[in-house]
Design a protein around this ligand. Structure first.
Ligand code: 5GP
Length: 197
């Protein structure tokens, strides 16, 4: 069985990543979503162990010291990290892994694992991003402004990504991500591995 691949999906908060990912995962047993650990408070409707592992700053520090993270980063005042062992297990089981992480973390993963594929999801416009952040109704005005500033700086680094998807409609964004994933599996190096097995 071929080992799974890792796909990073980054994009500013409010871009609609969670909806895109929810649709991408529908009926896909061959995909594994990496559940991150975070020190931020759960939002309404978020469940521990489903959306994130919600942990304390102390526990997060312990996990850093135990080298349990493939990558970790600070984002708008909170820490976020990818637990390493589940990612490796899923890939060994032949599943493709999706990491929903921001750009600093994406850089760390690319340095450690250059065969990771990076996809950036952008909003159709800044106005639309601001509108989506406000519609969510979960963050204070201060947090919204911080997230917008961060979004602009993230977009400036997006040209180091392998692919760029604009989330104007969810269906189209999902179709493009599926096409990217399929194409990556059709690369000669991948296909040769299967032939030589
Ligand atoms: P939110 O607070 O909106 O759920 O997430 C804020 C940002 O943190 C998003 O851009 C999301 O992709 C990113 N993020 C979530 N989990 C991780 C992680 O494990 N590592 C890194 N580096 N970023 C993460």
């Amino acid at each position: 069985m071929a080992r799974g691949k890792t796909f990073i999906i980054s994009g500013p908060s409010g871009v609609g990543k969670s909806t895109v990912l929810k649709n991408l995962f529908e009926g896909r047993e061959d995909l594994y979503f990496s559940i991150s650990a975070t020190t931020r408070e759960p939002r309404e409707g978020e469940t521990d162990g489903v959306h994130y592992h919600f942990i304390s700053v102390e526990r997060f520090q312990e996990l850093i010291e135990a080298d349990a993270f493939l990558e970790y980063a600070e984002y708008v005042g909170n820490f976020y990290g990818t637990p390493k062992k589940y990612v490796d297990k899923a890939m060994d089981d032949g599943k493709d892994v999706i990491l929903d992480i921001e750009v600093q973390g994406a850089l760390q993963v690319s340095n450690k694992r250059p065969d990771t594929i990076r996809i950036f999801i952008a909003p159709p416009s800044w106005d639309e991003l601001e509108r989506r952040l406000r519609c969510r109704g979960t963050d204070s005005e201060e947090k919204i402004q911080k997230r917008l500033v961060r979004a602009k700086s993230e977009l400036r680094t997006a040209d180091v990504y392998d692919y760029f998807v604009i989330n104007d409609t969810v269906d189209r964004a999902v179709r493009e991500i599926n096409a990217i994933m399929l194409a990556e599996h059709c690369k000669p190096a991948e296909r040769m591995k299967i032939l030589s097995e």
